[in-house]
Design a protein around this ligand. Sequence first.
Ligand SMILES: CCCCCCCCCCCCC/C=C/[C@@H](O)[C@H](COP(=O)(O)O)NC(=O)CCCCCCCCCCCCCCC
Length: 214
Amino acid sequence: MAAGAETFSLREVLVAFTACVSEQREVRVDPYLAGWKGLVRFLNCLGTIFSFISKDAVTKIEIIENYRNSDQREKYLTVQSMVEYELANGLVDLQQRSKHPNSGCRTFLRLHRALHWLQMFLEGLRTGEDNSKTSVICSETYNASLANYHPWIIRKAAGVAFCALPTRNTFLETMNVGTAEEAVTMLGDALPYICEVYKITEELYAQHKLLDLP
Ligand SMILES: CCCCCCCCCCCCC/C=C/[C@@H](O)[C@H](COP(=O)(O)O)NC(=O)CCCCCCCCCCCCCCC
């Protein structure tokens, strides 16, 4: 386990996702990115074999952070305001990547798809047997979700990396929220919030026909 693992706590990550949904049922961008940053820290603790994954996630987080630090920062406060602003101003490539290859909408969609995997993976961990293999939970949930959007070479590399994952109980303890049982309870408390964030975003993207953005 690389340095930094001891400072990671899944609690902070999950708290960030619980803060995402506003009273108006909008998804706030800042806590969403904070949640992903925490996940990336955790991923980095699992070893350098996962670097190609965390680098891609960091690139996407930074693209959206840059919008949040730009003159248009208010437009990127929530996913709803981002979609409205970018669509109204022709800032999204709808057919193929050309003028706006890194729009907020297409970049957020990549994280949104990864959130679907995360939701299924955490549920698999939560409900798995004590001695089940994290690598199996990870590859099954990946194949059922994100893999559908990845070329063969990425799927292959991801499959190799998954083999380096520790057993379920060691994995749960690495989350630094107490015993494996306590981590399971925490996952059960937090998962409905992640599901809600996913559901709201999915509905929004479907409504605007943005689910296949190139
Ligand atoms: C626990 C083990 C973690 C395994 C992570 C499973 C997800 C595997 C994703 C593999 C992505 C490989 C990198 C490249 C991806 C890009 O091609 C692809 C498409 O981008 P493009 O349209 O700009 O070209 N990018 C994406 O789909 C975005 C992927 C973002 C993945 C972020 C994954 C972070 C995982 C954090 C795991 C933390 C586990 C926490 C458990 C408590």
